[in-house]
Structures are given as C-alpha cells and as structure tokens.
Design a protein around this ligand. Sequence first.
Ligand SMILES: [Zn+2]
Ligand SMILES: [Zn+2]
Length: 46
Amino acid sequence: MHELGHSAGLPHCGDTRCVMHFSNSLADTDAKDSDLCAACRSRLGA
Ligand SMILES: [Zn+2]
Ligand SMILES: [Zn+2]
C-alpha cells in the first residue's frame, strides 16, 4: 500500500497513522493501519 502511494505521487506523511508515514521500527509498522490520512487523500485528489 505504501509503495502504491509513492506510485501515485504521494510523499512521506507526518501522520503516524497514515500508510504513507515512513516507519523506522517494526513496532511502528504494526501500529499503522493500511489507510491514507485525510491529508494524503486530498493530495491524491480523491
Ligand atoms: Zn516510502
Ligand atoms: Zn498521510
């Protein structure tokens, strides 16, 4: 999902809940859901 976001032109996101957030730790990866935050959705124009 994260790579799909990049393919769609999205940058990394500061929202830790967002799938486009860049996570350094496995715990961080587990915590995030597989969804875009409102800001990223609006960047996509969807
Ligand atoms: Zn990335
Ligand atoms: Zn986001």
